[in-house]
Design a protein around this ligand. Structure first.
Ligand code: 5GP
Length: 175
């Protein structure tokens, strides 16, 4: 994206957080900078405005921050993909493996209609496990995953390749 380098410059890397050896990409400086945040949202809106999306499925919790304004701007619906146990109505879920243990993402069973064109959004792709679980869950329940979109891809970890190998497109504003 044209703003990729600029967006990258306003993301902070915090060493050894949440544990030693991890370089955490902190997007809060980007959110604090109103012109950077606008350029970020505009980058997604520009890419998806002609794609006739029915819904944006955004991943709990930082995916919500970008998914909601993009859905508002595109005039499509917003679907939260949540961590296990947060949604009150009937749910469908997908379990995936983490480095240590397992995690689960959930959707309301009435979140979208069969055949709906859906964009999945999250802030960052590392191993790709979270995004892939969301993509599988949406596909399994009859949604058409148009693409997956993120602010930051960490290509050296291999998540985006994994997602593409599973047949889903990946758009990253910066990497
Ligand atoms: P993955 O499932 O691809 O390994 O990890 C991506 C998920 O973990 C995303 O939901 C993302 O919010 C979170 N995550 C992992 N590492 C980071 C990081 O360095 N910065 C941010 N902002 N989120 C991260």
């Amino acid at each position: 994206s044209i703003y990729g380098d600029y967006i990258k410059s306003v993301i902070r890397t915090v060493p050894d957080w949440p544990q030693p050896g991890v370089n955490f990409r902190d997007i809060t400086p980007l959110l604090q900078n109103s012109s950077a945040f606008r350029k970020l949202i505009d980058s997604f809106v520009h890419r998806y405005q002609e794609m006739e999306l029915d819904a944006i499925a955004a991943i709990d919790a930082r995916g919500f921050i970008i998914g909601a304004p993009v859905a508002y701007e595109l005039g499509c619906s917003f679907v939260p993909v949540r961590k296990k146990g947060k949604l009150p109505f009937r749910t469908v879920s997908e379990t995936y493996t983490l480095e240590y243990g397992q995690a689960e993402v959930e959707l309301h069973s009435d979140a979208f209609r069969r055949g709906d064109r859906i964009l999945i959004m999250d802030d960052l792709i590392a191993t790709g496990g979270t995004m892939l679980a969301a993509a599988k869950l949406i596909t399994r329940t009859g949604g058409q995953v148009v693409e997956t979109a993120t602010i930051i891809d960490l290509p050296e970890i291999g998540g985006s390749s994994r997602i593409r190998e599973a047949g889903f497109g990946v758009f990253a504003v910066c990497s």
